[in-house]
Ligand binder design. Structure first.
Ligand code: SAM
Ligand code: SF4
Length: 352
């Protein structure tokens, strides 16, 4: 298997250029954006095999020695908040619940940067047994991915029959106080007709549902612009059962456009990553499970902070590497540009 088959980019840089960068501790890029939102992938392992994300056999395992340790993650999160202006941290993967040290990582970060919101994006499998402990450790928000409430569709889309566990996980998160639970659904032909049922379920359970346009980050490389389901397709289908009124974006850097459902106050969000891209207001910075800094999901460049840490870099050196990595950030993802090439790492290997 080649590096590319494994979803590992060939381009890895250690020393980003800081040419032209203004004097600021913050994670500013060449287009004036400032990254405040850190996504930390903590594992490549997953309990599901969503067709738009993972290959059927899962991602090749990251060798133990290449995975950032819990202490390294806590150090980097702490540095990002205290030195670089990060204001929110989200743990993702792979599936973060697959990492046994998740509670330890959350507790370590909470102790290091108390007051900083710590969130998690999860598929919800097994969450019912851990939601209370995660809240105790300091987790403040959760997004659960759920594309359909139809059991057969769920099993087809995720290649696993775990719908019940996910639904129980969402309820347990809500009961543990992680409210409002946000539910993320990727839009596809296979779940479009079931979108109104999913919205009705979320409204009944008090969850905030957001649909996300599918991006070309699937391991099977089957995504095609002409076949993808768009936000406009979804609005047509939801409009047959609900009255939707545009409510706009409350926070301009928030990716979801909101719609009031049947006059409100309940809402549904649509994250139109492809057809109404929001790169101009992107405030994300990313750390992969094997310790690479990325400025964008679609970047072809990453910066090796794991090697720097293990070679004894001090906080000032790590911070400078991170600032340089973000200074290289592109203006946009370019999905609609002629000659667009998807990144070599797939969604599950970067952390969504
Ligand atoms: N396993 C966790 C989960 O599913 O929530 C966290 C990792 S997953 C990669 C993070 C998010 O990325 C999920 O909401 C998932 O639905 C989304 N995602 C995965 N592949 C995607 C794709 N090709 N396009 C859009 N979103 C995708
Ligand atoms: Fe696993 Fe999440 Fe990817 Fe689905 S979207 S395969 S749950 S990492």
């Amino acid at each position: 298997m080649t590096l590319v088959d494994m979803g590992i980019p060939a381009v890895r840089s250690e020393l980003p250029s800081l040419h032209g960068r203004p004097e600021t501790p913050l994670l500013v890029d060449r287009f004036g954006r400032i990254a405040r939102d850190l996504r930390v992938s903590i594992t490549e392992k997953c309990s599901l095999r969503c067709t738009y994300c993972m290959p059927e056999e899962g991602l090749p395992p990251i060798p133990r020695e290449e995975l950032l340790t819990a202490d390294e993650i806590v150090r980097l999160v702490s540095l990002a908040v205290t030195e670089l202006g990060v204001r929110e941290v989200r743990f993702t993967g792979g599936e973060p619940l697959m990492r046994r040290e998740l509670e330890q990582i959350v507790a370590g970060c909470h102790a290091a940067v108390p007051g900083t919101p710590l969130a998690m994006t999860t598929n919800g499998v097994g969450l019912e047994h851990r939601a209370a402990a995660l809240v105790k450790a300091g987790l403040s928000r959760v997004n659960v991915s759920l594309d359909t409430v139809d059991q057969a569709d769920f099993a087809r889309l995720t290649r696993r029959d775990r719908l019940e566990s996910v639904l129980n996980g969402i309820r347990a998160a809500r009961d543990a106080g992680l409210t409002p639970v946000k539910v993320n659904a990727v839009l596809m032909r296979q779940n479009l007709a079931g979108a109104p049922d999913l919205l009705a379920w979320c409204l009944a359970e008090g969850c905030e549902l957001r649909f996300i346009e599918e991006m070309p980050l699937d391991a099977d490389h089957e995504w095609a612009r002409e076949h993808m389901v768009t936000a406009a397709d979804l609005l047509d289908v939801l409009g047959e059962r609900f009255t939707l009124t545009p409510a706009g974006r409350v926070d301009p850097s928030a990716p979801a456009e909101k719609w009031l459902v049947d006059g409100g106050p309940a809402t549904v969000g649509i994250i139109a990553t492809v057809t109404r891209k929001f790169c101009d207001s992107c405030d994300r910075t990313r750390l992969t499970a094997d310790g690479m800094l990325r400025s964008c999901l679609f970047s072809d460049q990453e910066f090796d902070v794991r090697t720097a840490l293990r070679a004894g870099a001090d906080d000032a050196e790590v911070a400078e590497l991170w600032r340089g990595a973000m200074w290289q950030k592109w203006a946009g993802h370019g999905i609609d540009a002629a000659g667009f090439v998807p990144p070599e790492r797939t969604m599950g290997a970067i952390g969504g």
